[in-house]
Design a protein. Structure first.
Length: 134
């Protein structure tokens, strides 16, 4: 696979994830009867994802190297930093969902987990179907 094809595939992956993530948020708000909050909620979610992505940028090369090493890897401060930022990001995302859905913190956490994981379902299905020979 040449570099242009790889870049195009990565851009398509990112774009499809954005669309699916936005779709899950829209569907959840629609089911909760809070459809009018979609723009504000999606903007807040994508905004904080961008901010946390920028916060993670300096340590990303170290994390990639850590993943390449696999079981032989020694966790450095970068891994603990990534865990802390990931938890902080989740708390902020859940807080946004709590306000949007007007629910308890626990329910907001569950909604957040669902909204983060559900966009991956089509990918998992695609991998399962293509690997099983279907």
């Amino acid at each position: 696979v040449d570099e242009a094809t790889s870049l195009l595939r990565n851009v398509a992956d990112i774009a499809s994830h954005i669309v699916l993530y936005a779709g899950v948020i829209w569907a959840a708000l629609n089911l909760a009867g809070k459809r009018e909050r979609f723009r504000q909620t999606a903007t807040a979610q994508f905004g904080i994802n961008a901010v946390f992505g920028l916060i993670m940028l300096p340590v990303t090369p170290a994390l990639v190297e850590l993943m390449r090493k696999g079981r032989d890897a020694q966790f450095g401060w970068e891994a603990y930093f990534a865990i802390a930022v990931g938890l902080w990001s989740f708390v902020v995302m859940a807080r946004i969902m709590q306000e949007a859905f007007e629910v308890t913190a626990g329910k907001a956490a569950m909604i957040t987990i669902a909204c983060v994981l559900l966009p991956y379902v089509p990918l998992f299905l695609l991998v399962a179907l293509t690997s099983s020979g279907a």
